[in-house]
Design a protein around this ligand. Structure first.
Ligand SMILES: [Zn+2]
Length: 351
């Protein structure tokens, strides 16, 4: 298959800059649906907000291979608005409080306008040293959007229940390296779009099913109903996973490394990958000499765990693009890892 690196980078930028907090993935869903229509036999948005797609295979009773990638990203919901106009927030998905102070967030109004704010803190000059040395809980932090009263906040179109995410612009650092927000899991949305695009004019025996899922970060809810609807015989969840290959981390704690190719899950907290799925992934890799790495068990969960226990069970695996600093304001990854993952998933579909 042909890999178009520029297309991968362009799509990564587009998908990274879109906003899609759990439960509010419409912006991402509409964009993905607009891309998909050309590549598949049928694509639609289901009642929960998932984008589902089917591309039929040539064999009548062939396998139905489900590929899943989640559209949502970790974010925040406004939990309270202070009289003086500061926002209190609660996380949607797992967010490390240590990455919060001083970052910029963007909230969506009901009219889809973006309101930018700073995660504020008390100036060091007026805080005690114990306070400066400990990180407050996210629920104790406040977001400053420049408003001086609750009324001003409401007039801007934000209210309790409005959602937001990190405010980060995608950047390419060099030929191979990009940084941005929401790489988990827009990277896999990118992979899945590229695979479906590559399959567009290819005759393949198995039917390919796709779920661009909502609400993974709050517990795989989209994948649960997507897999139920599409009834796959085998599935792959595509992810963007923890790379902990940074200075000071011993080798037995390196979950994955960037630049080392697609990461294959043997088990995570939600799933133990059946041998036959691992074998198929290995065959797919051997076909083009794709270098893969095992993701260290058993970190993180995934949509794969939900898909695996759909109906009477679906043999399911997880393949991930390794990425440093996921679930933070900005993450970093290597384009070649995306390219190799696309090849691997494509081969998984056609072998
Ligand atoms: Zn994810």
């Amino acid at each position: 298959m042909n890999i178009d690196r520029n297309e991968i980078i362009k799509m990564q930028e587009k998908l990274s800059n879109l906003i899609g907090c759990p439960g509010y993935e419409e912006e991402v869903a509409e964009f993905i649906l607009s891309q998909l229509n050309d590549y598949v036999d049928r694509a639609w948005i289901d009642p929960l907000g998932n984008v589902l797609a089917i591309k039929k295979g040539t064999v009548e009773n062939g396998m139905k291979i489900l590929l899943d990638a989640h559209m949502d990203e970790v974010g925040f919901m406004i939990s309270h608005i202070e009289e003086k106009g500061f926002l209190r927030i609660t996380p949607l998905g797992g967010i490390d409080k240590r990455v919060m102070l001083g970052t910029l967030l963007q909230f969506q109004t009901d009219n889809n306008e973006k309101i930018i704010g700073i995660v504020g803190s008390h100036p060091p000059h007026i805080t005690k040293s114990e306070e400066r040395e400990s990180v407050p809980e996210i629920s104790e932090m406040f977001v400053d959007i420049g408003c001086q009263s609750r009324e001003e906040v409401l007039a801007k179109g934000l209210h309790v229940g409005s959602v937001g995410t990190f405010y980060t612009k995608f950047e390419q650092l060099d030929d191979e390296t990009v940084i941005g927000k929401a790489f988990d899991d827009r990277t896999a949305c990118n992979v899945l779009l590229q695979v479906l695009k590559a399959l567009k004019d290819v005759e393949h025996s198995h039917t390919i099913l796709a779920v661009f899922a909502v609400q993974e970060e709050v517990g795989g809810r989209g994948a649960t109903v997507g897999a139920f609807e599409l009834q796959p015989t085998i599935a792959l969840a595509l992810e963007n996973t923890i790379a902990s290959d940074v200075v000071g981390v011993p080798p037995n704690k390196v979950v994955t490394s960037i630049g080392n190719g697609p990461a294959v899950t043997a088990a995570d907290r939600s799933l133990i990958t059946p041998k036959k799925v691992l074998n198929r992934i290995n065959q797919a890799a051997e076909k083009d000499n794709i270098k893969t790495q095992y993701k260290m068990p058993i970190f993180g969960g995934s949509d794969g765990g939900r898909i695996a226990i759909t109906r009477s069970g679906v043999p399911t695996g997880v393949v991930s693009v390794p990425c440093r600093y996921i679930h933070g304001p900005v993450a970093i990854l290597k384009i070649k890892d995306i390219a190799e993952t696309i090849k691997l998933v494509y081969n998984f579909c056609i072998i």
